[in-house]
Design a protein around this ligand. Structure first.
Ligand code: NAD
Ligand code: UFG
Length: 338
């Protein structure tokens, strides 16, 4: 299915990579983003990568008039819905902002899609909906028990999409549960640009390696894991967004409600990541073990077999490649897009 895709949150980290992947696959792209956590430079860089830029509309997904104008002006065949707030810790302090942004935006978007007759949507969900899983790897049919307002906002939208699909069985809904997206486009032109203190491991490690920060704080070395540090399923952002392109093609062929993990199936510890990044960058990454971060779990990785079966997609890039690409981006853009 080649056509025009509306990408909400398309100026952000994953959204900008998705724009590049969609355009390289032949899609036209319209981005709606309010730039609350991103810079327009990301889309200018997508333009450099793809030789043409996506159409950009600055606006809020909660603004129904803005959505109606987009659906009126363009023949949109599908929506990739990335827009939202994503910091787990911040969501505990500002729950209303998280529910308002993440849940209300999705409601307004679905209503506008319904009116415009746009029937295909891919939603950015998260492995955080599983909470602390009883075992790993995590399958899609595991129980759902998010432990933060952020995670609950994702689960609420998943439920809304399921109910919406019951009422509209011929429509196509894909709920993609991402594990830990890292890395950057191999060009080094686009990447993750966290505002202020990075919450996530990879951007923090990259900032230490480039000399922006003195050392990494490793949150606990007393977990029941091989080296005592937390284990996660890091997935290269390019693999992740290629997964979106195939998911989009799949749901356009197969109307239904689909829920799919996007991960590699490999568990990587914090110290594994430090070593891999040191190797990729040739820089040392000093670290200090500190106490556990509240709310963290010991280990989390995906069972990726459903994605393989349904989408014929597997994540192919190695941890070394994730670190090399993140390092290229970090070196070329030590202060991000600023
Ligand atoms: P990001 O913050 O880089 O991108 C989100 C984009 O949405 C930003 O450009 C922001 O300006 C925009 N935005 C936010 N609220 C908006 C609104 N109301 N209207 C219009 N634009 C709005 O985040 P990301 O890492 O690219 O994440 C994209 C999606 O993937 C999010 O929904 C996030 O919850 C989900 N996700 C991310 C991760 C991760 O680790 N990065 C993991 C799992 C799921
Ligand atoms: N960690 C450190 N030091 C840091 C940052 C992280 O030791 O400075 C450790 C954490 O304790 C954890 C691991 O590195 O063991 C990964 O932490 P991240 O913050 O990078 O990622 P999380 O798994 O905690 O959460 C991320 C996103 C969530 C998303 C989840 C699953 O932040 O939004 O992955 O997709 F829901």
């Amino acid at each position: 299915m080649i056509g025009t895709v509306l990408v909400t949150g398309g100026a952000g980290y994953i959204g900008s990579h998705a724009c590049a992947a969609l355009m390289e696959a032949g899609y036209q792209v319209v981005v709606l983003d309010n730039l609350c956590n991103s810079s327009l430079v990301s889309l200018e860089r997508v333009g450099e990568i793809c030789a043409t830029s996506p159409i950009f509309v600055q606006g809020d997904v909660r603004d129904r008039d803005c959505l109606d104008k987009i659906f009126h002006a363009h023949t949109i065949t599908a929506v990739l819905h990335f827009a939202g707030l994503k910091a787990v810790g911040e969501s505990v302090d500002f729950p209303l902002e998280y529910y308002d942004n993440n849940v209300v935006s999705s409601l307004v978007l679905l209503a506008a899609m319904q009116q415009a007759g746009v029937t295909n949507i891919v939603f950015s969900s998260s492995a955080t909906v599983y909470g602390d899983p009883p075992s790993v790897p995590i399958r899609e049919d595991f129980g759902l028990c998010p432990t933060s307002p952020y995670g609950r906002s994702k689960l609420m939208v998943e439920d809304i999409l399921a109910d919406w699909h019951v009422a509209n069985p011929n429509w196509s809904v894909c709920r993609l549960r991402y594990f830990n997206p890292v890395g950057a486009h191999p060009s080094g032109l686009i990447g993750e640009d966290p505002q202020g203190f990075p919450n996530n491991l990879m951007p923090f490690v990259a900032q230490v390696a480039v000399g922006e920060r003195e050392k990494l704080f490793v949150f606990g070395d007393d977990y029941a894991t091989a080296d005592g540090t937390g284990v996660r399923d890091y997935i290269h952002v390019m693999d992740l967004v290629e997964g979106h392109v195939v998911a989009l093609e799949y749901i356009c062929r197969q109307p239904g409600l689909h829920t799919i993990n996007l991960g590699t199936g490999n568990g990587v510890s914090v110290l594994d990541m430090v070593k891999a990044f040191e190797h990729a960058s040739g820089q040392s990454v000093p670290y200090e073990i500190v106490k556990r971060r509240p709310g963290d779990i010991a280990a989390c990785w995906a069972d990726p077999r459903l994605a393989e079966t349904l989408l014929q997609w597997t994540a192919s890039r190695s941890l070394a490649e994730m670190c090399e690409d993140a390092w290229r981006w970090q070196q070329g853009n030590p202060r991000g897009y600023a």
